[in-house]
Design a binder for this molecule. Structure first.
Ligand code: HEM
Length: 401
């Protein structure tokens, strides 16, 4: 039986042939100690939705990667790592605070914000699709959403990047320290924001969270509010950056796709789903088995961890015709890039609005976007392994229309 370990560099650096071998071998293979790894769409989808699996790992489990300290407490408090009643309470609060109406109302301001960024790029001979567009768009959107004042945005974004280490599979000692320090700083900062919003509530997500708590409908401590607000900020940032960068890479490497998307802007919604299927921004997630689960002819015992390869499920030929081909109008497209079940991504609608606005406006604004140098793809930046699909650089030249 093959073994797939996430912190093996070769599995991360060229994952698709590895995934294919795993799917061909069978539905399940071995992972690290106490882990089973699932690579096909059927089992990944089923396990994402199975109530016998959870996300609340024992404290020692987080300690193995991040050690003890603030980042460890943070990981245990955030919605993505809670089960049962605690999860329901946080999920209800965030769903009330980030309503479809709120997301719809953001489409225009996001358009203005993207136009502002593109205005500044129009005169430049070359620019970077990652650092000049894919990073600032979600950073600005999440800052607006949470009501972070302009003067503080860069600093908060920098701390959030340091905190990202807490989600890695392997974290070198010095990066652990950085993640713990980032949590301390972010908590201090968000605690100040909470105080300010209590005095002067606005229309932002934080004010809405506080309102729901004050109404007594969703009892939550200030520590829970702060840690979950900063998790939402983080969750909405890195992933959306990676979708924009992946779409950018498609435009650069597949000129036909670029021409088509420019000529037919109304296919942007299916194109975006396809970018997310093709290179899942989060390539893998995991669950803790709470009760024995029979799956694929095997019983997985309680206490084991299952690793779900989202990036592999999205390339499963039994669900997606010609899965290694990018098809801008693929429909249906049941990719699992937003997860599934009770932890299904809460920001999917917002991410879709952001992506659609970016690609529509970018392609309307520039008639020809080409590579000005090699893109730097970085799934495991900083020496620790993220199960992310990420780019650090993507130099481009673009001709204004
Ligand atoms: C394209 C961009 C995005 C992708 C690919 C993505 C992906 C995901 C995935 C895979 C999960 C579930 C992980 C699991 O079950 O183990 C998740 C959960 C979550 N996402 Fe997203 N996300 C994106 C954007 C956003 C945005 C913009 C926000 C916030 C506005 C957000 C907030 C959340 C939250 C709060 C959860 C936890 C939900 C829960 O535990 O109930 N995400 N996301």
């Amino acid at each position: 039986m093959p073994r797939y370990v996430l912190d093996d560099a070769k599995n991360v650096e060229d994952p698709y042939p590895v995934y294919q071998r795993l799917r061909e071998y069978g539905p399940v293979c071995r992972g690290g100690p106490g882990q089973w790894v699932f690579s096909r769409h059927a089992e990944v989808s089923a396990l994402l939705r199975d109530p016998r699996l959870g996300r609340e790992y024992p404290e020692q489990y987080q300690a193995m990667s991040i050690g003890q300290g603030p980042a460890n407490d943070y990981l245990q408090r955030i919605i993505i790592n809670r089960d049962g009643g605690a999860h329901v309470r946080l999920r209800r609060l965030l769903t009330k605070s980030l309503t479809p109406a709120m997301v719809r109302s953001l489409a225009e301001p996001i358009g203005a914000l993207v136009d502002g960024l593109l205005d500044r790029l129009a005169d430049r001979e070359a620019w970077d699709l990652v650092t000049d567009l894919a990073v600032p768009v979600p950073m600005l959107v999440m800052s607006e959403l949470l009501g972070i004042p302009e003067a503080d945005r860069d600093t908060v974004a920098r701390w959030s990047t340091s905190l990202a280490a807490a989600f890695a599979v392997f974290i070198p000692e010095e990066k652990r320290r950085e993640a713990h320090e980032a949590v301390v700083r972010l908590r201090e900062y968000f605690t100040g924001l909470v105080r300010e919003r209590r005095r002067r509530p606005g229309e932002d997500l934080l004010s809405r969270m506080l309102m729901a708590v004050r109404d007594g409908t969703e009892p939550l401590t200030d520590e829970e509010i702060v840690d979950n607000a900063l998790f939402v900020y983080y969750a909405g940032f890195e992933t959306t950056t990676n979708v924009i960068a992946t779409g950018g890479s498609v435009l650069l490497t597949q000129p036909d796709a670029q021409r088509r998307l420019r000529a037919e802007p109304d296919i942007v919604a299916t194109a975006l789903e396809e970018f997310m299927r093709y290179d899942a921004p989060i390539q893998a997630t995991s669950r803790l088995v709470l009760e024995p689960v029979e799956i694929a002819g095997r019983t997985v015992r309680a206490g084991r961890v299952v690793v779900l390869l989202l990036g592999s499920a999205n390339r499963d030929a039994s669900v997606f015709e010609d899965p290694d081909r990018l098809d801008l109008t693929r429909s249906p497209n049941p990719h699992v890039s937003f997860g599934g079940g009770v932890h299904l991504c809460l920001g999917a609608a917002l991410a879709r609005v952001e992506g659609a606005v970016v690609f529509r406006r970018l392609l309307a604004r520039f008639s020809d976007i080409g590579a000005a140098g090699p893109a730097r793809w970085s799934p495991s930046g900083g020496g620790f392994r993220f199960p992310y699909w990420a780019y650090e650089e993507m130099p481009v030249t673009a001709v204004p229309s």
